[in-house]
Ligand binder design. Structure first.
Ligand SMILES: Cc1cc2nc3c(=O)[nH]c(=O)nc-3n(C[C@H](O)[C@H](O)[C@H](O)COP(=O)(O)O)c2cc1C
Length: 203
């Protein structure tokens, strides 16, 4: 048993096989972006992100997902305000601290948020949604856009106004919120995350 050849994945460029691989570049250069310019995405960018979403693999090709590409700032802000309200009224102190540190920002002023909802009868819904989310963030990265996967807004869809949000965002009947992705032009930089010990085994 041995550990991975390189624990620090940011050093991947040293590996000849990866150096010219644009997919690997997108994978290792992607960061969670927590600050965006107000600039709207172009039609081409939206179409590329949509293609990435619907090209995702899914268990038994059931396509248990639905993607709402929302660039309506009022709708985005309404979800954000609901998340902030529910967290600040709740008793999860860590979430309250996070919300305060992020100045009540859940989507970080992103011009577009992709809401992924999943067929609640599918046992693979959450997995399918996660895989599609990664397709979307890597496509964003490949176009020079920033993105962040946002799970914390789940609370808005579980609260007393959850059905209204699901309706406003056109979740199909029988679908529930899985993940959101905030996407746009980044105005922040971030270091790569540190990788914990023992995350890879070679045998
Ligand atoms: C399922 C999931 C949910 C996440 N939810 C949030 C979130 O609600 N807010 C946020 O700012 N980041 C969220 N993130 C981003 C993680 O915090 C981030 O991926 C992690 O810290 C590693 O940093 P990196 O993405 O820059 O490599 C989420 C990521 C995943 C995969």
């Amino acid at each position: 048993m041995q550990q991975t050849a390189y624990a620090d994945y940011t050093a991947f460029q040293e590996f000849a096989e990866c150096a010219d691989n644009p997919v690997m570049h997108a994978i290792v250069e992607r960061r969670s972006t927590r600050g965006f310019e107000p600039m709207a995405l172009t039609q081409d960018q939206m179409e590329t992100l949509t293609t990435a979403a619907i090209a995702s693999p899914s268990a038994m090709n059931r396509q248990s997902w639905h993607f709402t590409f929302c660039s309506n700032s009022s709708a985005i802000k309404a979800v954000e305000a609901e998340v902030a309200r529910l967290i600040m009224e709740g008793d999860d102190e860590a979430a309250k601290e996070r919300m305060t540190a992020r100045h009540g920002k859940v989507f970080y002023n992103a011009p577009t948020v992709v809401f992924i909802s999943s067929d609640e009868s599918s046992i693979w819904g959450a997995v399918d949604a996660g895989i599609a989310a990664e397709n979307i963030v890597l496509a964003a990265q490949s176009m020079g856009l920033g993105s962040v996967i946002v799970g914390m807004c789940r609370i808005a869809f579980e609260g007393e106004n959850g059905k209204t949000f699901a309706h406003t965002l056109h979740f199909p009947e029988g679908y529930r919120f899985s993940l959101a992705i905030a996407v746009g032009t980044s105005n922040v930089t971030k270091e790569a995350h540190e990788v914990g010990e023992g995350k890879v085994t070679m045998m």
